[in-house]
Design a binder for this molecule. Structure first.
Ligand SMILES: Cc1cc2nc3c(=O)[nH]c(=O)nc-3n(C[C@H](O)[C@H](O)[C@H](O)COP(=O)(O)OP(=O)(O)OC[C@H]3O[C@@H](n4cnc5c(N)ncnc54)[C@H](O)[C@@H]3O)c2cc1C
Length: 354
């Protein structure tokens, strides 16, 4: 009998599994051949404490210590850019993200390919970091195994029944006291299988292109660039530049791939702000950011059955919130008082959506 059966081998499932493995037996079931195959293997890997709605920001802040003490972060910086007709949106983003305005000339010193004829406003935050997401996934998986838990791939859950305890059918049949639903875009599907009401998770596609370094520049120390209103972003990645159209198109859960038209339009918005044209896309991909109806995470036991615990709706914040979100999931699953403020716990609860 397993104490905690986790469905989903992305960052949500592995981080919750690692926390819970200190207190009971844990098995993680992942449908794919590899951990982190879906959203968790396709992210932009950024930590920015001010990014997200208030309950996400609370999780970001509560996660910072874990990130720093485990050496998962490398300074990146975030630069907000706007055209002359985007002044209102720029001011809004500036205050929401708590950034400091800088001159276009200063922005050009940091990113020499910016086009001073189109960039009218710029702001900078030094509090944005690259997250070592691969190492996070592997470290959480290692913690589970070190605590005698199992992390199993090629175990797609196809049927869930309850007969006193949970009976979960995948490549094998598992018996568990508690299920943790960390199935990302498939979280509602897993809930339905278990006879639990879905919460209205919407997977939203976000595409990404990898370009050669513009103009042959060394991009290593460039900040991430964000078009105001989150209309595109660009981020250095191993000597190349990732550019995303920042779309949030609702789709059915699936193995996502980039939409060519959306990608081309996003690249055009980026290209408008720089002097170096996009001549070649080396590769592209897409991932699903899965949101609850109010845009924040869903963490904790379902009110209809406390042995069905949600860790879903991570949206575009799954990595930066994972340390605190997994702690909250574990606290609530174990019936312990959460460290997070009660108002935030309630803003992240399943009950708020019922
Ligand atoms: C383009 C892009 C950029 C992003 N940038 C950032 C960023 O900069 N910072 C940040 O913090 N976040 C970012 N995110 C968001 C982050 O990647 C996600 O929030 C996070 O990865 C979600 O993790 P997850 O474990 O919930 O989902 P997933 O990683 O999708 O994991 C869910 C897993 O459940 C498995 N599963 C589903 N159904 C079953 C079943 N029936 N049986 C067994 N297994 C099942 C799936 O195979 C999947 O592997 C970004 C996302 C995208 C797409």
């Amino acid at each position: 009998m397993i104490d905690f059966l986790i469905i989903g081998g992305g960052i949500a499932g592995l981080s919750a599994g690692a926390r819970l493995s200190e207190h009971g037996s844990v098995t993680v079931l992942e449908a794919e051949d590899a951990l982190g195959y879906h959203a968790s293997g396709r992210s932009a890997a950024l930590f920015e404490e001010g990014y997200g709605p208030p309950s996400v920001v609370a999780l970001n802040k509560a996660s910072a210590e874990f990130f720093f003490s485990n050496d998962y972060l490398t300074p990146r910086g975030l630069m907000l850019l706007a055209k002359s007709d985007q002044a209102d949106q720029f001011r809004k983003d500036l205050s929401e993200l708590g950034m400091a305005e800088i001159s276009v000339a200063d922005a050009l010193v940091r990113v020499p390919v910016l086009n001073p004829e189109s960039v009218a406003y710029a702001a900078l935050s030094e509090g944005a970091y690259d997250i070592d997401t691969d190492r996070m996934l592997q470290d959480f998986a290692r913690t589970i195994r070190a605590n005698a838990g199992s992390v199993l791939t090629r175990q797609k859950v196809t049927r869930i029944r309850k007969d006193g305890n949970w009976l979960v059918e995948a490549a094998e049949v598992f018996q568990a006291r508690t299920i943790v639903n960390a199935a990302g875009a498939w979280a509602d599907e897993v809930a339905r299988m278990a006879g639990i009401a879905p919460i209205g998770i919407t997977p939203r596609r976000r595409s990404m292109a990898r370009l050669p370094a513009p103009g042959g520049h060394d991009v290593k120390n460039w900040p991430m660039m964000l078009g105001t209103g989150e209309t595109w972003y660009a981020k250095p990645d191993a000597g190349k530049l990732l550019v995303s159209p920042s779309e949030a198109d609702p789709v059915e859960p699936h193995d996502a791939y980039a939409d060519d038209m959306v990608l081309a339009e996003g690249l055009a918005r980026y290209e408008e702000m720089v002097t170096s044209p996009v001549t070649r896309v080396e590769t592209n991909w897409a991932g699903l950011r899965s949101f609850a109806p109010d845009g924040t995470l869903v963490l904790g036991p379902d009110p209809s059955d406390e042995t069905f615990v949600w860790s879903a709706g991570q949206g575009g914040y799954g990595f930066q919130t994972a340390p605190a979100a997994s702690r909250l999931v574990a606290d609530l699953a174990l019936g312990r008082a959460p460290e997070l403020d009660a108002a935030m716990v309630s803003a992240l609860s399943v009950s708020r959506l019922r």
